[in-house]
Design a binder for this molecule. Structure first.
Ligand SMILES: NC(=O)c1ccc[n+]([C@@H]2O[C@H](COP(=O)([O-])OP(=O)(O)OC[C@H]3O[C@@H](n4cnc5c(N)ncnc54)[C@H](O)[C@@H]3O)[C@@H](O)[C@H]2O)c1
Length: 435
């Protein structure tokens, strides 16, 4: 199939790079976003997210005349939906006394509804948003068939999960293997033809529900494995062991690869997607639910480390929280456990100044963010490393000594080389180290 014009709904971390990639490969693209602020920024030549190289690619796409942006869709040969699928904050489910989170699919619903008037015979609709199993078949198709056309007969429908790594999105969009699940084999083929425009990795075709499960299984696998690492960090502390050393030694086993513990699991994928399984089949996903609970409780474990370093009463203690992103070297603060730790510290009476180098001007309710490292550490009693940004783990000890009176370091990510700091008179408390 040939695609001359496509319409992409949702211009965030996924939709904007994808739109630009199609546009720079010769396809006419209309990018659609319901946030007028984003449309305004893009129309004035800027971008609203931090992703290396993205500004240049968007500029190239706009200059080529192939990328336009608007608030509503238009008729197109293909439609891609890449809108958020968060969970509800307050609308919780319950199964046998265990509470679980439910997916908020309202943005997928409204993006699909907006496409309906523009659907034509032979169009293709691809859902990219991470979704609970059977979303394509049970939610998307009935909405699209509101057009009077029959899915799989008059138009094609596919699900294609996105598995790019923030920070490397542009390279991974092209190089990663892509899974395309069609409502019918013809739909999968249409999806494959579409992405072949720029994807150089292998394209694997399957059915829509398998493709949905593939994405959820990938992230759930990682979540459960991080949960075991986090549990190991607690056990190591109990038994007087250094978990980082123990993990390194365990991983010498040829069939063992233990992930790293830390302050918890965040971001828009790994901390969210496992719930989509739990919601869809709570009776069959107890391990997955337990892993989520372990990871969500890890900020509390960080609090016990802070108490170990600063004593039982944190009232008035000044703490410089270094990093708020959910992982190193990205500006994404969504579901970040670092933010949760700052909230817990503040609740315990500590005075926290947080510094996030990738988003120094971020606004988070209840968090005092400062724009420079120097301001964060200036009058601190302790420095708390929450994210292993390169800038932090390469921090120069001599320089830091001139910026702060603090001589207590709390490291939740094994980012600081112990001896470098201890030699200069710092006391270092590391997560998962009971020695
Ligand atoms: N960010 C990632 O690394 C990543 C990786 C894999 C999968 N995903 C999945 O991709 C989907 C999109 O994630 P994202 O990170 O790009 O989200 P995002 O929040 O960065 O961007 C989504 C955009 O969609 C817009 N939007 C909301 N409702 C809309 C509607 N009805 N019509 C048009 N636009 C609408 C929002 O204004 C926002 O700009 C999610 O399901 C996410 O789980 C994300």
């Amino acid at each position: 199939m040939e695609f001359k014009k496509i319409c992409i709904s949702g211009l965030g971390y996924i939709g904007l790079p994808t739109a630009s990639m199609f546009a720079t490969n010769g396809v006419q693209v209309l990018g659609v976003d319901t946030n007028p602020g984003i449309i305004e920024i893009l129309n004035s030549g800027g971008i609203h997210i931090h992703e290396p190289g993205l500004g240049e690619v968007v500029a190239e796409a706009v200059e080529s005349g192939n990328l336009r942006v608007a608030g509503t869709p238009e008729p197109a040969d293909a439609f891609i939906i890449a809108v958020p699928t968060p969970f509800f904050e307050h609308d919780l489910g319950e199964y046998e006394g265990q509470v679980y989170k439910k997916a908020d699919m309202r943005m997928v619903t409204s993006a699909a509804q907006a496409i309906v008037p523009h659907l034509r015979k032979g169009s293709l609709v691809v859902l990219e948003s991470t979704s609970p199993p059977r979303t394509t078949v049970d939610l998307l198709v009935p909405i699209l068939e509101g057009s009077g056309l029959k899915a799989g007969v008059d138009f094609y429908v596919a699900y294609s999960p996105e598995r790019v790594l923030p920070g490397q999105i542009l390279r991974e969009l092209v190089e990663n293997a892509r899974v395309i699940g069609g409502l019918t084999p013809e739909s999968a083929q249409a999806g494959s033809d579409l992405y072949a425009t720029f994807v150089r990795g292998e394209i694997h075709m399957t059915d829509a529900t398998t493709a949905e499960m593939v994405k959820l299984m990938e992230n759930t696998y990682r979540d459960v494995n991080i949960a075991i690492a986090n549990e190991f960090s607690r056990l190591a502390e109990r038994f007087g062991v250094d978990v980082w050393e123990a993990i390194q030694l365990s991983s010498l086993h040829p069939r063992v690869k233990i992930l790293s513990p830390g302050p918890g699991v965040g971001g828009h994928c790994i901390s969210v997607d496992p719930w989509f399984f739990v919601e869809s089949a709570p009776d069959l996903s107890r391990l997955i639910q337990r892993a989520r609970q372990v990871n969500d409780a890890q900020p509390e474990f960080v609090m016990s480390l802070v108490h170990k370093a600063l004593g039982p009463d944190l009232t008035g203690r000044k703490i410089a929280a270094l990093g708020l992103a959910y992982k190193p070297d990205v500006d994404d603060l969504r579901e970040s456990p670092a933010v949760e730790v700052v909230h817990l510290l503040t609740k315990a009476g500590a005075v926290v100044k947080a510094f996030e180098p990738f988003k120094p001007d971020a606004k988070i309710a209840g968090v005092q963010l400062v724009p420079t490292l120097a301001q964060a550490v200036a009058d601190a009693d302790a420095l708390l490393l929450l994210v292993n940004h390169t800038e932090f783990h390469q921090m120069n000890v001599e320089v830091i000594m001139t910026l702060t009176p603090a001589r207590v370091l709390i490291d939740t990510v094994n980012g600081w080389a112990r001896m470098d700091w201890v030699r200069e008179g710092f006391e270092l408390f590391r997560l998962g180290v009971g020695k």
